[in-house]
Design a protein around this ligand. Structure first.
Ligand code: NAD
Length: 457
């Protein structure tokens, strides 16, 4: 089976590489010529753990190759994965223009039958539109199109592991033939027949479930999953606000609540809220989709509102602690929307930095992987790879991404370098007792603060 992957972003690169590792011949393309040139030169334009190992191998073994000519990829392939971006529009709906343009290109360039698969996250009923576009723009009588949905659940930071060891592979299909073809395509992954770059010597035993649905259901499953995760985070964040008022500790509360298997502890985590290229935009798009269908998804609207307020809550805390922000030096630990990625799209840290700058604060920032991307957004910030430089002389340090490296910092040294040893931990990643012992003023979300003890008290 010859596969084409259109769109070499996080999803396209990981899917293409892993499917090549699983034994398929893959041609990957993108309309960003510079990106393809980077890939052809053996460099990877994104940071994603383990991707380099898989990519190097499959390129060397000629199972994956890149072309800047999207039409070549289409003509050569039997199965085409659409992995282009579906960013939010101004109104919050998914912008499907890239999907539309790829659909027209496939229709016009195809000379042989194609199975066209939506892997990008799209609203329900996109499959119908895709089918229509392929039919009405088709130029050649040899072209016959089948459409399927195969939503992707990988998470940045663990994307390769997730692709090889998914909880489930969901396919939305209309024909038995398509179901069989996709089952065959995923068989090496379902049966664990690939060289896993993550687990040595052996991979987790549980095989993923292969879930076959209609196309509309598959599209809904992806939006429904991400939206539910957002709900959990917002729920934990309201619990954090309650704990602050009532004197509880949100970590104790969410831990015990999450031990109930009906609830589960994952994503029941208070902090600065969710960001990135999936949850915020997918929730927005799901709300809009429901609105258009005449369903008021008030539950999700509330989760989204709560999430947006997290940055307000943090800024309130910073203002309260610093009194005047103008002229204060504030250090930022973490810009990426989560650890182990360089992705800053819709990262809460971006909004936090924007607000601090608007208040006249002097901001210095560090992030293990995301500084280059942040420089494009805030070219005038002072960046340093060394967190100590960011802490030196600072009036406050804000922890905005829970990189493991930050947990392991020499916090005693940081304490000594700061003008005022004040840490606002927006990810609840440090231990309050440790920070208290080191003499910090320490604040987080939904846990008791350690405040400054005035001399003479
Ligand atoms: N990033 C994630 O963690 C993740 C996880 C699951 C699903 N998704 C979904 O997968 C899709 C892709 O996400 P991503 O993070 O990989 O996006 P991305 O922005 O990193 O990559 C998209 C790529 O598509 C290319 N592209 C855009 N229009 C094109 C066109 N007309 N022809 C060819 N190439 C084109 C872009 O140049 C870019 O390289 C989105 O719908 C997203 O919601 C993302």
């Amino acid at each position: 089976m010859r596969l084409a992957v259109i769109g070499c972003g996080y999803v396209g690169l990981v899917s293409g590489s892993c499917l090549a590792e699983a034994g398929h011949e893959v041609i990957a393309t993108d309309n960003d010529g510079a990106r393809i040139a980077t890939l052809q030169a053996g460099k990877i334009p994104i940071y994603e753990p383990n991707l380099d190992k898989v990519l190097d191998r499959v390129v060397r073994e000629r199972r994956l190759r890149f072309t800047a000519d999207c039409t070549e990829a289409v003509r050569e392939a039997d199965v085409i994965f659409i992995c282009v971006g579906t960013p939010p529009t101004e109104s919050g709906e998914a912008d499907l223009s890239a999907i539309d343009s790829v659909a027209r290109m496939i229709a016009q360039e195809s000379r042989t039958p194609k199975l066209v698969i939506e892997k990008s996250t799209v609203p329900a009923q996109t499959g119908e539109e895709l089918k229509r576009a392929l039919q009405v723009y088709a130029k050649n009588s040899g072209a016959r199109f089948r459409v399927a949905s195969n939503p992707e659940f990988l998470r940045e930071g663990t994307a390769v592991d997730d692709f090889f060891h998914p909880d489930r592979v969901v396919i939305g299909v209309e024909e038995k033939e398509t179901e069989q073809e996709l089952r065959e395509l995923y068989r090496p992954i379902l049966e664990g027949r690939f060289r896993c770059p993550v687990h040595k010597p052996s991979c987790p035993a549980a095989a993923p479930e292969f879930v076959v649905t209609t196309i509309a259901s598959a599209e809904l499953i992806k939006h429904a999953s991400n939206s539910f995760l957002g709900l959990k985070i917002s729920y934990a964040n309201v619990l954090a606000d309650l704990c602050e008022r009532l004197g509880g500790n949100v970590d104790e509360v969410t831990r015990a609540v999450g031990l109930d298997p009906r609830i589960g502890g994952q994503f029941l985590k208070a902090g600065l809220g969710f960001g990135g290229y999936c949850l915020p935009k997918d929730i927005q798009a799901f709300i809009k989709l429901a609105d258009r269908a005449g369903i008021d998804f008030g539950l999700l609207k509330e989760a989204e509102r709560i999430n947006k307020q997290r940055v307000d809550r943090l800024i309130e805390k910073v203002k309260k602690a610093l009194w005047v922000m103008k002229g204060k030096q504030i250090g930022i630990l973490g810009i990426a929307f989560k650890p182990n990625t360089d992705d800053i799209r819709l990262a809460p840290a971006i909004e936090v930095i924007r607000r601090l700058l608007a208040e006249g604060a002097n901001v210095r920032a560090t992030d293990p992987e995301a500084m280059e991307r942040a420089r494009a957004v805030f070219p005038n910030l002072i960046y340093s790879a060394d967190p100590l430089d960011v802490a030196r002389g600072a009036d406050a340090l804000l922890v905005l991404t829970e990189w493991e490296q930050f947990r392991k910092l020499d916090w005693k040294r940081i304490h000594d370098e700061m003008a005022r040893p004040l840490v606002l931990d927006a990810r609840n990643m440090l231990h309050p007792a440790m920070m208290r012992e080191l003499g910090f003023e320490y604040m987080s979300f939904g846990r008791p603060d350690t405040v400054a003890v005035m001399a003479g008290h």
